[in-house]
Write a protein that binds this ligand. Structure first.
Ligand SMILES: O=C(O)C(=O)Cc1ccccc1
Length: 272
């Protein structure tokens, strides 16, 4: 099974991928959209993308790609994230990492390195590569990134602003592989409408059937200001009759828009 995830080697997404696809080849892309595109086109049968972090919230590029492309979510992976500061030595003036990692360490960086320039790059492991090539750059990433190659020191560990820092990843597959099992479901709903009580009507089909929502997130539709797409996750399988009934209600509500079934899946907790 060939899988694709955010590279280069050593990203948190790579670590999550080995946890679910350790028996096959893993290739890398430099953005979430490129990963989703490669799975949508059938080039890979699995992809792994970060979705949401406990400190920084949604990875908006992931939500937007899930709304735009036609892929299935087949598994959710939850993993603790403990960041380290890696550099050739203490004399650096720039910290390069994924925007989420920089944000998850914002208080630490402001406190310890208030004058450093923060540079958002494609991934944590890419920031570490830059640090390996340049003594004026430090990276933030998993401490194991210091182990391969030369000249990198772990200057500090556990620099995330909350000890309990955790990230959810989705394993995705081509749409035809949407699974029939799994206890959680993700949908994307675009009502393409705006009237009093719309959001309430969107949530009622779940409340009426005793379905527990675990997340509701709105994203701009891109069509016009104030127009939204809603990402909804809940604790029920896609093919349960109560879910099918709730989706039928949503489809009525979204008659001018659409309802996308991302799929049903189980959660895997990966502990370092
Ligand atoms: O850049 C990475 O390593 C990623 O996989 C994205 C990310 C960044 C920070 C926390 C979790 C995932």
């Amino acid at each position: 099974m060939a899988a694709v995830t955010l590279g280069p080697e050593g990203t948190y997404s790579h670590r999550a991928t080995t946890a679910v696809a350790d028996d096959g080849e893993i290739d890398f892309r430099q953005s979430v959209t490129a990963i989703v595109d490669a799975v949508d086109s059938g080039e890979y049968d699995r992809g792994v993308i970060p979705i949401e972090n406990s400190i920084e919230g949604s990875v908006t590029e992931s939500l937007d790609a899930l709304a735009e492309y036609d892929v299935a979510v087949v598994r959710e992976i939850v993993t603790p994230i403990r960041h380290a500061l890696l550099a050739q030595g203490p004399e650096f003036d720039t910290v390069a990492s994924h925007s989420q990692a920089l944000a998850q360490c914002r208080s630490y960086l402001e406190r310890e390195y208030p004058d450093a320039t923060l540079e958002a790059v494609a991934s944590t492991a890419q920031g570490v590569e830059f640090a390996r090539d340049d003594p004026s750059v430090a990276g933030i990433g998993h401490p194991a990134n210091a182990e391969d190659g030369v000249d990198l020191e772990v200057l500090a560990e556990d620099i995330q602003d909350q000890d309990s820092n955790a990230t959810r990843f989705f394993a995705i597959a081509p749409a035809a592989e949407r699974s029939t099992g799994g206890g959680k479901t993700s949908l994307v709903v675009y009502p393409n409408a705006n009237y009093p009580g719309l959001l309430l009507e969107l949530l009622e089909p779940f409340a009426d059937r005793d379905i527990n929502l675990t997340r509701v997130e709105s994203r701009p539709s891109g069509q016009r200001l104030g127009d939204y797409v809603f990402h909804v996750d809940f604790e029920a399988g896609l093919y349960e009759s109560r879910t099918q009934a709730a989706i039928a209600d949503l489809e009525e509500l979204a008659e001018k828009g659409w309802v996308k079934r991302l799929g049903s899946y189980d959660t895997e907790h990966v502990v370092e």
